[in-house]
Design a protein around this ligand. Structure first.
Ligand SMILES: [Zn+2]
Length: 283
């Protein structure tokens, strides 16, 4: 009986170490280049604990956002131009909280809410350019799905598939070859992926972000046009101007997933050729 109790105690103590991980756990990644592609300025937020950890561990991180986020408001006095500028600054301020600078951020400038109607060849071409330019060892994006397509809301759906198609195109030297010939870039094969935003049952990787919770919360509190009363009545970039300040912090904390008492972020990890990112091997 005593032995069994000891075994159970040992198991409980070691639970954080038992989280499923790639062969080299994400907490041991060093010197990698990581590119996160999202649809809106804030789509990276649910990965901010992991990104803060990766940055602290000496990895190089870039974020490419497809749209400016210029329609995400219910404030009747907000213009698209103003919101576009506000959300750019929110994104840069949030990135600073997790150790990233504006130089690590690219926004492709597409209109929020209409990414599916943007010219697909052009959009993929731009993503191919940045994949070849940054040469990521790991690409993070919305999960396009595994053995079936995952449903996401409009721009997220588009971002998942545009990114998957761009990753595949980037490895072929004769696709978008103008970029190779005229911009001095090489074809690039992305070898490893972390997909966010997919179905819970497809997630196979859990990252302990306990040490980075404060950074994630501080970063989240920069998106005041999105996650505060600023959604209806924007009052500027200073959180002290908002009557719901404490509730904003609480909401951001409440979004952090807790497993076995540990703050975590979860992903679907895939290592292999881009063709296989969404399916099991077939005959
Ligand atoms: Zn979004």
């Amino acid at each position: 009986m005593k032995t069994i109790n000891k075994f159970i105690l040992l198991f409980i103590i070691n639970i954080p170490l038992c989280f499923s991980q790639p062969k080299t756990p994400i907490s041991e990644w060093v010197g990698k280049t990581i590119l996160l592609i999202g649809a809106h300025p804030d789509d990276d937020h649910l990965s901010h604990g992991t990104l803060a950890m990766l940055k602290a561990n000496g990895n190089n991180i870039y974020i490419v956002t497809l749209t400016t986020g210029n329609v995400g408001t219910k404030d009747p006095n907000m213009s698209k131009t103003d919101l576009s500028k506000i959300r750019r600054q929110e994104q840069i301020d949030a990135m600073k909280e997790i150790g990233l600078s504006e130089e690590n951020y690219v926004n492709l400038g597409y209109d929020d809410g209409r990414l599916e109607f943007a010219d697909k060849e052009e959009t993929i071409g731009k993503l191919v350019h940045y994949i070849r330019k940054f040469k990521p060892d790991v690409l993070m994006s919305f999960d396009p799905g595994f053995n079936y397509q995952v449903w996401h809301k409009s721009d997220h759906r588009a971002a998942a598939y545009l990114t998957a198609d761009a990753v595949r195109a980037a490895e072929w030297p004769l696709m978008y070859e103008g970029d190779i010939i005229h911009n001095n870039l090489d074809a690039h094969l992305v070898p490893e992926f972390l997909f966010y935003g997919g179905n819970i049952k497809d997630k196979n990787t859990t990252v302990n972000i306990d040490k980075y919770v404060n950074q994630r919360v501080a970063a989240g509190a920069k998106y005041l046009s999105q996650w505060s009363s600023g959604w209806f009545n924007y009052l500027g970039s200073d959180i002290n101007n908002y009557p719901d300040k404490e509730n904003v912090y609480k909401k951001i904390r409440d979004r952090i997933k807790i497993v076995n008492g540990v703050s975590v972020e979860q992903f679907r990890h895939y290592k292999g050729i881009p063709d296989g990112m969404g399916r099991s091997p077939r005959d």
